[in-house]
Design a protein around this ligand. Structure first.
Ligand code: GDD
Ligand code: MG
Length: 360
């Protein structure tokens, strides 16, 4: 049976001032509906797994908000990390807890901060990935790259496996330099790693033991104590000692070099909502290309736009946001901070936040 694991970590600093440590992006309705990114991620899995088989891994600061937003997911399926140790520890914890319940389980791991336009296509691609995972592969979903993005992982496609769409991955390269990314995109033989994975839990855990023995041993101790009164004590003792590394570096790169990674190309309107510009590209706009995000409550004053083009406006306070005669700007209104910047510099908001941290 397929278990869905949703990773709800990270704050998304390029979405400041909307996304904050106390209220990270996955809790916000950035989906064009009133559902948050996290809720949309879980909603999207409903044809693949019932809610008893959905797990969420999140930090202690967000566990209550996560449970509140996901009323159908059992509370014991919200796995709470004492501190962030990056995605490998989070995924490994879920895999180990699920393996105790069902040693033959299949698991899909999903980021909570991606938008996916075509749910039917997504569901079909996951089914195809499950077929590859049954054969013992660590499956990725591959997206056709459109630019030399350095923040993603790249999959070098090899030969087809069987007669379905599954392909071998010759090389998995996480976050290459710009020049390398550019040569990958030009070659036409690479896909972006979508950051979603499908595998048998036993296959993943044995690959983890091979490549990250310390992390695997720590997770195994925690999993053994999970259903006992010692859980908190063991978690408190072991968790802070786990290596802080992402699953891409920790497992996927090395697994690809020994031929254990596969991919299915996915054309389901994927966007990782990294910044306000890319968010504006995927959500519906008016005729002049203006996008108003998360604004579904007609009773609120909202937004007044006069002769504007290509704006991304995020009203969150209920106070009126008005703009006139400007184009291609991001405008974000929150109770304690307002951001205005050109759309094509939305990536640099991260630097702005770093500056804030330094001066604070
Ligand atoms: N629970 C938990 N705890 N989740 C975490 C933690 C953690 O400590 N750290 C990261 N995550 C979750 C994030 O919330 C996100 O859903 C997912 O793991 C990936 O982490 P990111 O930090 O967003 O990774 P990335 O965007 O740099 O790179 C990954 O995603 C790209 C696609 O968006 C990689 O998988 C890349 O290869 C991929 O291209
Ligand atoms: Mg990300």
């Amino acid at each position: 049976a397929l278990y869905g694991v949703v990773l709800a970590g990270g704050t998304g600093t390029r979405l400041w001032p909307l996304s904050r440590a106390g209220h990270p992006k996955f809790l916000h309705p950035l989906t064009g509906t009133d559902r948050s990114l996290l809720q949309a991620t879980v909603d999207r899995l409903d044809l693949l797994a019932p809610s008893e088989r959905i797990f969420v891994v999140t930090g202690v600061a967000h566990a209550a908000a996560v449970s509140r937003q996901l009323s159908t997911v059992p509370d014991e399926n919200v796995l709470v990390e004492p501190s962030p140790r990056d995605s490998c520890a989070a995924i490994a914890l879920a895999a180990a807890v699920i393996a105790r319940r069902d040693p033959e389980a299949m698991m899909g791991s999903f980021a909570s901060d991606h938008l996916i336009a075509d749910k039917a296509q997504f569901t079909e691609v996951i089914q195809q990935a499950i077929a590859g995972a049954r054969q013992g592969l660590l499956m990725t979903l591959g997206i056709t790259p459109t630019r030399p993005e350095t923040g993603y992982g790249y999959l070098e496609c090899g030969s087809a496996i069987g007669d379905g769409p599954v392909m071998a991955v010759e090389e998995f390269k996480e976050k290459p330099s710009y020049d390398v990314a550019e040569s990958y995109v030009k070659s036409g033989n690479y896909l972006w790693n979508a950051g979603m994975f499908v595998w048998r839990v036993d296959v993943f855990l044995s690959e983890l033991s091979r490549q990250q023995p310390q992390l695997a041993a720590g997770i195994s101790r925690i999993a053994q104590a999970w259903d006992s009164p010692a859980r908190e004590e063991v978690l408190g003792e072991v968790w802070p000692t786990l290596p802080r590394i992402s699953v891409d570096y920790a497992v996927m790169e090395g697994a690809a070099t020994v031929g254990r990674v596969g991919t299915v190309p996915g054309d389901f309107g994927w966007n990782d909502v990294g910044d306000f510009h890319t968010l504006g590209e995927v959500l519906a706009s008016d005729q002049a290309g203006n996008v108003v995000v998360g604004h579904n409550d007609d009773s609120k004053p909202g937004v007044l736009l006069h002769e504007t083009e290509g704006l991304v406006v995020v009203p969150t306070t209920g106070r009126l946001v008005a703009a006139m005669g400007v184009r291609d700007l991001v405008i974000v209104d929150t109770p304690d901070a307002v951001l205005v910047c050109p759309r094509d510099r939305a990536q640099e908001v991260k630097q702005l936040v770093d500056q804030l941290k330094d001066s604070g």
